[in-house]
Design a protein around this ligand. Structure first.
Ligand code: 13P
Ligand code: ZN
Length: 271
């Protein structure tokens, strides 16, 4: 059996959480990540038929029964994942009943998965219907994206349009735009259901005055989505209050989207 701490998926999680911490997006225990794993791959490192303990999920996700996820722990700090993955991360399998998680590895101090598990699992289920290759859901508190929430109208079309204007590549990276939820209580099934509903149409969902969710096929793709929104939001915040003398026009965004062959939200441009 290979050593779990050498597994590429643990390495990816360590790198991503460390990056996000150093970017200042995930203060204290802010942010959480879930990564769907291939059971055959995990079986090279663990006895997947011997759960350490079971943990109630608190809602039902029968469509994910049997699936394995590497998930950050609740109350755990991204800055500490690199140093002690076994305490700050866990690998769980969704049991056949769809309401229990079987802990296969991790949460060594008796902890459990993120309080945002409802949003993560419901988003996985929603995205898998749209893209069967979706594997990763990331939640974060990126600074400029959050700052923008306080000064920009929280309308999906207007917010996306502003972001698309801020960097030439935005419309190519997230042509489906950014969904927005109003401020809601976090850690609940309700915010999970609302986020998953948005994820039927968007890979990025802003939680007003809280943070953002991203979903994608790989860790890099998902991280890159949030990173691109954050970069655009940073440029917006840096230029806010200054007289804007140049911008990327709607015809240019259309030209970009057509040249790169992406299926963009045409109703988010003003023609
Ligand atoms: P957890 O520590 O439970 O993952 O919560 C962090 C967070 O960002 C809540 O939205
Ligand atoms: Zn949060």
């Amino acid at each position: 059996m290979k050593h779990i701490l050498n597994a590429p998926f643990i390495e990816e999680m360590k790198l991503t959480t460390a990056n996000m911490y150093r970017l200042g997006w995930d203060e204290r225990n802010g942010g959480n990540i879930s990564y769907m794993l291939d059971e055959r791959e995990v079986a090279q490192y663990l006895n997947v038929n011997r759960p350490i303990r079971t943990i109630p999920i608190g809602f039902s996700v029968p469509e994910l029964a049997g699936k394995l996820f590497l998930v950050t722990g609740t109350g755990k700090y991204f800055k500490n994942v690199e140093r002690d993955p076994e305490t700050n991360l866990g690998i769980v399998r969704i049991a056949q009943d769809g309401i229990t998680a079987e802990l296969l590895w991790g949460y060594r101090d008796g902890g459990k998965f993120t309080s945002e598990l409802p949003s993560h699992l419901m988003c996985h289920a929603a995205r898998l219907k749209v893209d069967p290759e979706n594997r990763v859901v990331i939640h974060s508190h990126p600074t400029h994206t959050l700052a923008m929430n306080y000064v920009h109208e929280l309308d999906e079309k207007k917010f996306t349009h502003t972001l698309w204007e801020m960097c030439t590549e935005c419309i190519v990276v997230f042509p489906d735009g950014v969904g927005i939820l109003p401020w809601m209580l976090c850690g609940t099934n309700s915010i999970g259901e609302a986020t998953a509903k948005k994820m039927e149409a968007f890979r990025l969902v802003v939680w007003a005055m809280h943070g953002i969710y991203g979903a994608g096929k790989t860790m890099d793709e998902t991280f890159g989505l949030i990173e691109t929104v954050e970069k655009a939001a940073q440029i917006y915040m840096l230029t806010l209050g200054s007289k804007r003398v140049n911008t990327i026009r709607d015809e240019q965004m259309k030209e970009l989207a057509e040249f790169f062959g992406v299926n963009y939200r045409k109703d988010f441009l003003n023609f």
